[in-house]
Design a protein. Structure first.
Length: 312
C-alpha cells in the first residue's frame, strides 16, 4: 500500500485526533506541514478547494474530514478497533457530539484572555491579525458562543465526562480506547495543552487521569515529507478504487455527473469534479490538476452537501 500522508500542523486539534489514532494503530506515516491559515498553495491542488485541517492522502486518494479518515484507517488496520463491538454504535454518536458541541464550546472557552496569551504567544501582532481575519472568514455565518456562556457550559460538559468515568473504567465507554475517546480528547487538548487552561480539569480527576492515558498512546512512527514530494506522489499514482465496495445511493446522487461537495457548517469551499462513488457513509469525486494529476477526493456524507452542477 502507498504511504499514509497526513497534511497537518502541530496546533490543530482535529490533527491531534488523527495523530493519536495513527499511534493507537501503531501505523507508520508521513508528515507534511501545512500553513494554519490561507493561502495553502500546495494543499489546494490536492483537495480542489477544501481547506480544513487535516487532510489525509494515500497515493492519489485524498480524504477530507477526520470522521472519514478514522474509517479509512480502521479498514487499513482493523486492530485495535476504533469501534469495539461492545460499544454498539454509542461511540460514533459520542464522537459526533465531541467533534461539534464539545469542540465549539472548547474553542470560545480557550479564547478567554489567559488562553489567548498562550495560543498567540509566538505570533507577531501582524500574524495575530492575519489569523483572526482568516478565522472570521473561515467561520462565515456559523453561530459563535459568547465567552460567559462558553465558561459556564464547558464546566458542565467536562463534569458529564467526569460522571462517565466515575465507575473507574479506563476509557469513556469501557476497557479500550475508541473513536469517542479520540474525539473528546482533541477538544480538551486544545484547552489544556495549547491554551494552557489546566484548571479546567481541577474538579475532574477522572478526566485528568483519562487524558494522561490517551496522551501516552503517542503518534506512531512518522517521518517528514515535503509538500512537493506529496504532490509528486499524487501525480505518479493512480486512485485506488473502493475495496470492492459498491455505490449504493438511495438519494440519487448523480454518479458520473459533475457535482460540487462542500462542508455544510464552516470552511464551506466547494470542490468540483465527477462523482465516482456514493454510499450511505461516503461520497467521492474525481478531478484533475496540473500539479496533483488525477485524484479522487473523498468526503463523509454526514456534515457535507452535494450539489449537481448546472449543465446549461
Ligand atoms: N469536521 C472536520 C473539522 C476540521 C476542522 O475544523 N479543522 C480546523 C483545524 S483543527 C480547521 O480547519 N481550521 C482552519 C484551517 O486549518 O485552515 C474534521 O473532522 O476534519
Amino acid at each position: 500500500m502507498a504511504d499514509i500522508i497526513l497534511h497537518h500542523y502541530r496546533n490543530s486539534p482535529f490533527s491531534e485526533k488523527i495523530r493519536l489514532i495513527l499511534g493507537s494503530k501503531n501505523l507508520a506515516w508521513k508528515s507534511v506541514d501545512i500553513p494554519p491559515i490561507m493561502p495553502k498553495p500546495d494543499l489546494l491542488p490536492l483537495t480542489g478547494g477544501y481547506r480544513r485541517t487535516p487532510v489525509m492522502q494515500i497515493g492519489a486518494d485524498i480524504y477530507c474530514d477526520t470522521a472519514l479518515m478514522a474509517d479509512v484507517l480502521e479498514r487499513i488496520q482493523p486492530a485495535p478497533s476504533l469501534y469495539p463491538p461492545a460499544y454498539a454504535g454509542l461511540d460514533r454518536i459520542l464522537a459526533q457530539w465531541a467533534d461539534s458541541t464539545l469542540f465549539w464550546t472548547a474553542i470560545p472557552y480557550s479564547f478567554q484572555p489567559r488562553g489567548l496569551a498562550n495560543i498567540f504567544k509566538n505570533m507577531t501582532p501582524e500574524q495575530m491579525q492575519a489569523f483572526s481575519a482568516d478565522r472570521a472568514k473561515f467561520r462565515g455565518n456559523a453561530p459563535r458562543m459568547a465567552l460567559p456562556e462558553a465558561i459556564g457550559q464547558m464546566r458542565e460538559l467536562v463534569m458529564r465526562l467526569e460522571g462517565m468515568l466515575a465507575d473507574g473504567k479506563p476509557y469513556l465507554l469501557g476497557a479500550q480506547p475508541g473513536i469517542a475517546d479520540f474525539s473528546v480528547y482533541h477538544a480538551l487538548w486544545f484547552v489544556h495543552d495549547l491554551a494552557g487552561l489546566a484548571d479546567m480539569l481541577a474538579a475532574a480527576p477522572n478526566v485528568a487521569a483519562w487524558k494522561e492515558r490517551i496522551a501516552a498512546i503517542g503518534h506512531g512512527t512518522f517521518e517528514k515529507m515535503t509538500a512537493e514530494q506529496a504532490l509528486t506522489v499524487a501525480r505518479t499514482s493512480t486512485p485506488a478504487g473502493f475495496d470492492g465496495r459498491q455505490s449504493d445511493d438511495v438519494y440519487a446522487a448523480h454518479l458520473g455527473q459533475r457535482v460540487t461537495i462542500q462542508p455544510s457548517d464552516y470552511g464551506i469551499d466547494p470542490v468540483e469534479g465527477e462523482l465516482v462513488f456514493a454510499d450511505a457513509q461516503e461520497f467521492a469525486l474525481r478531478r484533475s490538476d496540473e500539479r496533483a494529476g488525477t485524484v479522487v477526493v473523498h468526503f463523509p456524507r454526514l456534515g457535507y452537501q452535494l450539489k449537481k452542477c448546472e449543465t446549461t
